[in-house]
Ligand binder design. Structure first.
Ligand code: ATP
Ligand code: MG
Length: 307
């Protein structure tokens, strides 16, 4: 499950909440942070109470584990897999020239992150069950979801064969398989963010990334019954502009945003309310709300239950 969307719309909060909701429902979940700035502070780990965010998978509660994907770890795993012996990989990574090469291009960094993700997804128990049957990935910005799909293609055109080509093709197959991957796009219930989200949905389709759900985060609460709303509107008509008008307009924009999104995405859309909470308390409450949606989706046999 890849969580994408514009900056600041709530991707990190939603990723944590989705993972907590699934874990509570009894599914083992790996919550993964994919950040271009691996050394910077990790918001996501804090939201699930993890103190040491690093490239090793750590427990974060019942059924929940956490990892901060690392390009360097991915490069190491890649070399380990492609070079005949492990010590050669270690030695190769100690070579400064190689390190500089691997860290130079953003593409290679992305590939490293992706390779570590793939390696984690491939892990199996001795009885063949997957160690991480469900992984929620918090993506840093809109462009990243697209880069995940376009980058492997450009690499394949340069290196179609060999271990690189094989690894990249495996990643691309996984990303484009709707039974195994689903993007959850997140947006705010306002006209411009929804337009941008609809554009993103189109681009995801173009690169072959399956969409599984759209989330309208921070929906304003509607305190009105139809009657009280009609009464308020009559009042506003007679008495002219009023402070309440802005709240009403925001509600109307949110309603329209929801309608446009519903019409444009072709997958389930979920509204999450604006809450007067922050941090872990916010995540816990959103997880409760998501749990019922995930259950509903699962009982309807919806694909969004297992992205
Ligand atoms: N439903 C909500 N109600 C109230 N506040 C929210 C809600 N969802 C998110 N927030 C707040 O919005 C802010 C941004 O959220 P978050 O960091 O999850 O966004 P993001 O999309 O990951 O941002 P970035 O693009 O910077 O990574 C945070 O302060 C978070 O607490
Ligand atoms: Mg974030």
């Amino acid at each position: 499950m890849l969580v994408s969307g514009k900056g600041g719309v709530g991707k990190t909060t939603l990723s944590a909440a989705l993972a907590v909701a699934a874990a509570r429902a009894g599914r083992p979940v790996l919550l993964a942070e994919l950040s271009p700035d691996e050394g910077g502070p990790s918001t996501l780990s804090g939201l699930v109470g993890v103190k040491e965010a690093g490239p090793r998978v750590v427990p974060a509660g019942p059924n929940l584990s956490f990892v901060r994907l690392s390009a360097q770890e991915g490069h190491r795993l890649f070399l380990e897999e492609t070079l005949p012996v492990k010590w050669l990989a270690e030695a190769a990574l100690r070579s400064r020239a190689l390190r500089r090469f691997l860290e130079a291009g953003p593409a290679l960094k992305e590939m490293g992150l992706m390779f570590q993700l793939l390696a984690l997804l491939r892990l199996t128990h001795p009885d063949g069950r997957r160690v991480h049957p469900l992984t929620v990935v918090d993506l840093p910005a809109t462009g990243h979801a697209l880069a995940l799909a376009t980058l492997p293609r450009s690499i394949l055109s340069l290196m179609p064969g060999g271990p690189v080509g094989r690894a990249v093709r495996e990643g691309l197959d996984l990303l484009q398989d709707p039974a195994r991957t689903g993007v959850v796009v997140t947006t705010l219930p306002e006209p411009l963010p929804v337009s941008e989200t609809l554009a993103l949905v189109g681009e995801l389709k173009d690169v072959g990334l399956p969409l599984s759900a759209a989330v309208l985060n921070r929906m304003p609460e509607d305190p009105f019954t139809p009657e009280s709303r009609a009464a308020l509107e009559r009042l506003l008509e007679t008495h002219g502009p009023h402070r309440g008008q802005r709240a009403l307009e925001r509600l109307e924009r949110a309603r329209l945003a929801r309608e446009r999104l519903a019409a444009g995405v072709g997958v389930p859309h979920w509204g999450l309310p604006e809450l007067a909470l922050t941090g872990m308390a916010l995540v816990e409450r959103l997880a409760e709300l998501l749990e019922s949606k995930l259950e509903g989706a699962a009982s309807r046999g919806g694909r969004e239950a297992t992205p």
